[in-house]
Write a protein that binds this ligand. Structure first.
Ligand SMILES: [Zn+2]
Length: 420
């Protein structure tokens, strides 16, 4: 099967195709076939029809997926490939030279793709290495997911995450305007801003504001003027409420939401990336040697964080998959991306909406729906296959055994193939 991966024309057969349109009652399509020509989907539909269509255009390789479910690859909306938390593990990453960091991130990108995460949204990466990595992946020099990135996150002096090169300190409205423009200049697809304290900063707390209104407005207005959306690291409800009124497009974490603020988020179409893992991952923190004060703050915020998530669902806020933890990190028997999606599913949305929240929902937020997010003719062939039904159980994603990105198979467990 791996030999056929380079063929210009491939038909995937013996599979059921399902994607995020399931929430609108579209699909699943059993006994389907997907015709992949070069890097895109040329046709998808009932097997015999697709085979006939492909046959008319000449020879093709046939790949039997053994009754698997085929979905779009996952999109992880809160990724840091250069993450360095307080503690010995993070210190190791912080101490890397730029060259070491680039290789480290390239390794993470490859692992991420092999998990079936075909697109990531990076929301703070060190030293603009994310832009180099994105170019290397696009040029085919490195194996990895499609990258949408914010570059460095904007923070006030001493603000959340100021300790390393994945943030840029700004002050005053002019400073934040310059911050936005400097990230756009470097190639940012979106802007990330820290508007409140968080878990990983020793001298701050989750519930305090960090930006003044004029600074926040400057970030949002400047980004929008350049056609970039803005997402904010944010915990407390009053800070989020103000940002939502100023036009914020997405909230990360939302540790302390209230019924009032989620109602406004729903009305204004502000999405939530809840990152539920970050307040329930002691095992991960222990592996990285994360200090006691941070672990207490994180795990202590857990119950309220889940309540906030439930409130957001109740109000109809759009929720999207994002792990904060590196997307490939081995955690609780699977990887961080799949585990987060399971928590979101169990926390109230169920498997069908979880499939949407891990694929089409994020792609719509990124404005990339013309190319990605569903299994439809004309889109990039970014696909995964698994044996169990993901619309019955989100844990089906644990069983991803085949991954294709842009028409190229990068992982096939049955033939023992995996991209190095
Ligand atoms: Zn983060």
């Amino acid at each position: 099967m791996s030999e056929s991966s380079g063929a210009a024309s491939t038909v995937l057969v013996n599979c059921t195709v399902v994607d995020g349109r399931i929430v609108d009652g579209v699909g699943p399509l059993p006994d389907a076939a997907v015709w992949v020509r070069d890097d895109r989907i040329a046709a998808v539909g009932p097997r015999d029809e697709v085979l006939a269509q492909a046959g008319e255009q000449g020879g093709f390789a046939r790949v039997d997926l053994d009754g698997a479910y085929v979905t779009p690859g996952l999109t992880n909306m809160h990724t840091h490939l250069s993450l360095s938390l307080p503690g010995s593990g993070g210190d190791g990453v912080k101490g890397m030279s730029p060259h070491e960091l680039a290789f480290y991130m390239a390794d993470g990108a490859r692992r991420t793709l092999l998990c079936g995460v075909t697109t990531v949204r990076c929301v703070a990466e060190k030293d603009h290495a994310d832009f180099a990595l994105r170019r290397a992946i696009a040029a085919g020099r490195v194996v990895g997911p499609r990258i949408f990135t914010a570059g460095r996150a904007l923070v006030c002096t001493g603000g959340h995450g100021h300790e390393s090169g994945d943030t840029m300190e700004c002050d005053g409205a002019d400073g934040f305007r310059r911050g936005v423009r400097s990230q756009v200049k470097a190639g940012a697809d979106l802007i990330k801003v820290m508007i409140s304290g968080g878990i990983a900063g020793e001298h701050e707390s989750i519930h305090t504001r960090q930006l003044f209104t004029d600074e926040l407005r400057a970030v949002i207005d400047t980004a929008h003027a350049w056609g970039r959306r803005v997402t904010a690291h944010a915990g407390p409800a009053p800070v989020i409420a103000e940002a939502v009124e100023l036009g914020l497009d997405c909230v990360e974490h939302g540790y302390q939401l209230t019924p009032g603020v989620v109602a406004r988020m729903a009305e204004r179409g502000t999405a939530l990336v809840p990152t539920l893992l970050v307040t329930r991952c002691k095992e991960f923190f222990d592996e990285l040697g994360v200090p006691e004060w941070m672990q207490c703050r994180s795990l202590g915020a857990g119950p309220r964080h889940l309540e906030s998530y439930a409130m957001a669902l109740e109000a109809g806020v759009e929720v999207l998959l994002g792990s904060d933890m590196p997307p490939f990190w081995h955690f609780e028997g699977t990887n961080a991306s799949v585990r987060e999606l399971e928590y979101m599913s169990e926390g109230g949305i169920g498997p069908a909406r979880a499939l949407y929240a891990g694929t089409l929902g994020p792609i719509r937020w990124l404005g990339a729906e013309a190319d990605l997010g569903t299994v439809e003719t004309g889109k990039y062939a970014d696909l995964v296959a698994m044996d169990a039904d993901p619309t019955a159980e989100t844990s089906a994603f644990r069983g991803i055994r085949w991954v294709m990105k842009g028409g190229r198979v990068v992982r096939d467990d049955r033939s023992g193939w995996s991209a190095q």
